[in-house]
Design a protein around this ligand. Structure first.
Ligand code: ZN
Length: 243
């Protein structure tokens, strides 16, 4: 059966001498695994369509026997500009792309996550380096919501009292803030500052993240560590540890 997908390329792996296995997150089917035969030949018809972070339109033959489908056509709708290959940008994009790659269920469409992902890769491409941690943090928070993990941010995860600025930390197992009274009930708290608590408790903000770069990176690490607690060992997130 022939199928079509509008998709973001998450990862490409070499297969044999000339082919590639490509993991994409698509609007129509969610996370899909494709094989692009001959994609590494010099004059391949696929060109650079399967570079990470590229937005493609793909036509593929759906396999009945496996979850690996064969691409027949792919054209680029949008690709990251090549003006800056800084390590920081590359790492932020890698950490972002890994979220749907590891945490999304195969072939289950989540339109909100697809839109969120498109905004993230295009936003990070046009922004300056100091804004990348804030964009990644916003993407991570929206992704948790899109994937059905709902961290508790506006009230204490134990006693449900409102939290405004003081907390004992974020519980990585339970996925929420613990108030300063309930901190002793949790043994898995990641420490976060008053500024970070205040920002999380008021999220979603409609303006750019006001936190410092290093505070954003710390929150990304806390939230993705929470996501890792929910994921089985074989699909744990790794890239955010390099930020
Ligand atoms: Zn409490």
């Amino acid at each position: 059966m022939i199928d079509r997908a509008e998709a973001v390329v998450l990862r490409s792996q070499n297969l044999g001498e000339t082919s590639r296995i490509v993991h994409v997150f698509s609007r129509q089917h969610g996370l899909v695994k494709l094989v692009a035969r001959g994609a590494r030949r010099p004059k391949s018809r696929f060109g650079a369509a399967f570079d990470s972070g590229t937005l493609v339109q793909a036509v593929f033959y759906r396999s009945r026997a496996s979850d690996l489908h064969t691409v027949s056509e792919a054209s680029i709708s949008w690709r990251p500009s090549c003006r800056d290959h800084s390590l920081e940008r590359t790492r932020a994009i890698a950490a972002g792309l890994e979220i749907p790659l590891r945490a999304a269920a195969p072939e289950t469409p989540i339109l909100a996550l697809y839109r969120n992902l498109c905004c993230f890769i295009q936003g990070i491409d046009t922004s300056v380096e100091e804004d990348h941690p804030g964009l990644l943090l916003d993407f991570a928070l929206h992704s948790l919501k899109n994937l059905g993990y709902h961290p508790v941010l506006d009230r204490c995860i134990s006693c449900h009292r409102a939290i405004r600025d003081r907390s004992s930390g974020f519980s990585l197992q339970s996925g929420g803030l613990a108030c300063h009274r309930c901190g002793k009930l949790h043994r898995d708290l990641a420490a976060i500052s008053v500024n970070q608590t205040r920002w999380l408790a008021g999220w979603p903000w409609d303006k750019p993240c006001p936190l410092q770069r290093i505070e954003n990176l710390r929150l990304v690490s806390v939230l993705l560590s929470f996501l890792n607690c929910q994921l089985p060992d074989r699909v744990k997130l790794r890239c955010f540890r390099l930020l």
